[in-house]
Design a protein around this ligand. Structure first.
Ligand SMILES: CC(C)(COP(=O)(O)OP(=O)(O)OC[C@H]1O[C@@H](n2cnc3c(N)ncnc32)[C@H](O)[C@@H]1OP(=O)(O)O)[C@@H](O)C(=O)NCCC(=O)NCCS
Length: 227
């Protein structure tokens, strides 16, 4: 059963989750972790600490007891071999998800404030098809749904990145939202290289909880293979 966090029930059952309020807790970090943010502003330090402490709890449940979670050069988190995970933070809230790689081979989490996307950003985030879809939604909902598209695309990006190492622009992903089931599919329009299928399709779920919009993305093994 999913952990009792805001994000947990948006992922398959085998995915563990932890959440926290951002707080600077230097003593709870490994020195190597703290060194990554020693010169950062307090807000960044607080978020970085909170997610490392969350990740530590999850990694212990997965059998890793002494593992500093350091960022790669590209800022993606360096999970232990055989572990997949994802991190997100926003004002006042941080969350981490992790699982043993197996049937699932990728995880993505994004959490944003539930506020409307600035209208001028819609052209940068949404494809023509998505803009047409938004135009058919009630006007009062459009910018809030555009924020959901942004959030879902970021979750899909984090999900595919450890497998592809590819930067994918917002316009290179096409999002299909089902407003009834609160599920989505993100189709990556960019070629992600030899190992991944063309037009990779990433499954996801979303919800609005408290004052947040949350998107989960996950890839199953059979979905990634090039046929
Ligand atoms: C990387 C990115 C997705 C982060 O999202 P964000 O809303 O800015 O920030 P969040 O708080 O939600 O997530 C930050 C965490 O993401 C993780 N992260 C950073 N780069 C990552 C990457 N390339 N892949 C996976 N996770 C990554 C890190 O763990 C980071 O937390 P940490 O620095 O404390 O370790 C975003 O900055 C970005 O570059 N987006 C552009 C590409 C994109 O989203 N395309 C969409 C179409 S697929």
């Amino acid at each position: 059963m999913a952990d009792d966090t805001l994000v947990g029930s948006l992922f398959p059952d085998e995915v563990l989750s932890a959440e926290a309020i951002p707080e600077v807790r230097r003593a709870d970090l490994y020195d190597e972790e703290w060194n990554c943010v020693a010169r950062a502003v307090p807000k960044r330090q607080a978020e970085f600490c909170a997610v490392r402490i969350c990740a530590r709890r999850l990694l212990a449940r997965l059998g890793f007891f002494d593992y500093p979670l350091l960022p790669n050069k590209d800022r993606s988190p360096r999970w232990p071999e055989g572990i997949i995970g994802s991190i997100s933070h926003t004002n006042g809230y941080c969350a981490v998800v992790a699982a043993k790689a197996g049937a699932l081979v990728g995880l993505g989490l994004d959490v944003e404030q539930d506020s409307p996307l600035k209208p001028e950003l819609i052209r940068l985030i949404c494809t023509e098809r998505e803009r047409n879809w938004l135009d058919n939604q009630p006007e009062s909902d459009r910018c809030r749904l555009a924020k959901l598209i942004f959030c879902a695309k970021e979750s899909a990006y984090k999900c595919q990145y450890p497998l592809s190492k590819a930067f994918v622009d917002f316009k290179q992903a096409e999002l299909y939202l089902d407003l009834e089931t609160r599920k989505f599919r993100a189709i990556i329009l960019k070629d992600l290289g030899e190992r991944l299928s063309p037009c990779l399709s990433i499954s996801g779920r979303y919800d609005w909880r408290r004052s947040l919009v949350i998107a989960s993305a996950f890839l199953r093994k059979e979905e990634i293979a090039k046929s």
